[in-house]
Design a protein around this ligand. Structure first.
Ligand SMILES: CC(C)(COP(=O)(O)OP(=O)(O)OC[C@H]1O[C@@H](n2cnc3c(N)ncnc32)[C@H](O)[C@@H]1OP(=O)(O)O)[C@@H](O)C(=O)NCCC(=O)NCCS
Length: 190
């Protein structure tokens, strides 16, 4: 099921919305940081890469099979773009989404990623009728693995030396979360 992403979703400290063209400077500032890029697909991220991403995202709906929808993470207190979250609707299974997330280094370690994803996971399971969410992380990316475990994702696999990546071989962890597992967790939290 595809749909227009809401004008905004809100959490206690964050506003989640579509990416806008004037997000380019902030997007470049944190995505070009070597510590942010270390386990990501890009080597460098400058104005050209930002323009390409933002052009691609304009007018895109969420949940279109075979596409990524990129959500802006804005800190409410400062109105600053502090990160983004990619939601990939699988081409052959539209009720499954892959999740990726990036936070500016200055905003890491404050539970912002957990807060943003708790909101987006509920949105995907409730409004988009998603059945299964998954994420892959570099096996050395401890913060990302801790994030998905904290959210209740199960580790499904540890693939050794899966891909040639940035001059070496990378091992990857696969995490997944089913709608019914999230529902059970929400009931426990009540
Ligand atoms: C992956 C990434 C988003 C995780 O960010 P993060 O800041 O570690 O995650 P959160 O915002 O949820 O913050 C959690 C941290 O807040 C801190 N924290 C503060 N209060 C907390 C609380 N009440 N409960 C839990 N953690 C708390 C902890 O230090 C915790 O980190 P820990 O794992 O060391 O315990 C971030 O490391 C990143 O952007 N990395 C670069 C991009 C990347 O590699 N993305 C992964 C692609 S899938």
């Amino acid at each position: 099921m595809s749909m227009r992403f809401p004008d905004s979703l809100t959490t206690p400290r964050l506003l989640l919305r579509r990416l806008q063209r004037d997000d380019a400077p902030a997007l470049c500032a944190y995505r070009s940081s070597p510590e942010v890029a270390r386990y990501q697909s890009w080597e460098t991220f400058g104005p050209d890469e930002a323009a390409e991403l933002l052009d691609d995202q304009q007018d895109r709906d969420i949940g279109v099979p075979g596409t990524w929808f990129q959500v802006a993470i804005v800190e409410t207190g400062t109105s600053q773009l502090i990160g983004d979250c990619g939601l990939h609707c699988l081409a052959d299974e539209a009720r499954q989404f892959e999740i990726g997330i990036t936070l500016a280094p200055s905003r890491q370690g404050q539970r912002y990623a957990t807060e943003a994803l708790e909101c987006l996971i509920s949105y995907l399971f409730t409004d988009l009728s998603a059945r299964r969410l998954f994420a892959t992380t570099d096996a050395l990316n401890d913060s990302a693995a801790a994030l998905f475990r904290r959210l209740g994702f199960r580790q499904e696999a540890h693939h050794l030396e899966l891909r040639a990546y940035k001059g070496g071989w990378t091992s990857e962890l696969f995490f997944a979360l089913l709608a019914r597992e999230w529902g059970m967790r929400s009931q426990l939290d009540r």
